[in-house]
Design a protein around this ligand. Sequence first.
Ligand SMILES: [Zn+2]
Length: 382
Amino acid sequence: METRKKKKWLLMILVFVVLGVLGGAYYYQKQSVKIKPMKTFRWLGAFWFNEQGMFKFEETHLKFYNPKTGNKVIACSRAGCEHTTKDCPATYMSLGITYTDEGMIFFGEPKNMEFDEKGLYIINVEGKHLKQLHLFKGVSEISDVFYEGSKVYISYRNSIDKEGNDLDQPEVGIIEYDIDTNKERKLFQEKKGNPQIMTMNRNKSGLFFVYLYSTMSAEEALEHAEDNEYAKKHQHIELRYIGLNGKKASCVCDNMYSFNCIPVLNQKAVVCKEDGVYLCTEGGKTEKILSGKWESIPFYRNGKEGLLLRTHEKRSKDEKVEYAYYKTEKSSKKTLYSKHVCLSVVGENAWFMDEEGMMYYGSASEFVNGKEIEEKNFKEKR
Ligand SMILES: [Zn+2]
């Protein structure tokens, strides 16, 4: 009994040390610029990258992957917290996770809410003083979140009613909320067949977003359930642009092949189509910059977005993964390689994942300079 007690204490001390380091990282962050979190790979779950590391909700808790220490820890810095009760922040912080001088900002459900309500919260660096910044009403599912200065952009989808029944024509939309002025406004709202807003990004005067919908009615969908070609014919994948001045959203490009993310370079969106990669202006003018099948990867260094594309051409199992990298819109293409699949490059870190979903990290500057980099994995600390 005595030894067990001792072990428990040792474990708690260890947790304090680890979380102290994590908390320290937040404090250290005070002097630097605001961080833009990013989300990629929806089918595997959410990854929230920033310049200090990465947040990812795994099973029951939010985890923080720290490349400075090479450790993965529970993202809670509350003194004495054993992360086993519902009031542990790491159990309810799950979406749109970022942080400022004040603490961590996130979407989550620490309190009981209506099915179509989502709260935006802030919690201080010690994991205390949870405060609701805003309550979004008429939002049942959030599909993407990003931050730009004091503004938060969310895309949502409402596909069920109060009783939990599926709606024939679900609604999707985009909301802008300003944390400084506490003002919310709806930028886009539409009812369509099976609609989904996949990802968004901003340029100076507006917002690009990837919009999927079907022109098939619910009856037609049932009737042609076995017919993939029929469904495909009615499926639309559009890049839309909406001005922040209240102008209507217009389709600027369509038939996109990959829409993992929409990088914005020099006010233009980067679009991956079946036959190549295009730059697309907010007015819908396109210019091809590269041939072949590619997928864009979130790339942010020194506060700037760059362009990193991963090949989608077939390769043998042991072959390295090939990338095309452009420092700016005007730079010439550089070919890079890695052992594992690159998920994103943020600040000083390049992030990779293997087939089992294990995360790796390496030096971003070595990677973009074409060096063969060491892809290190994380140790789980409890
Ligand atoms: Zn905790």
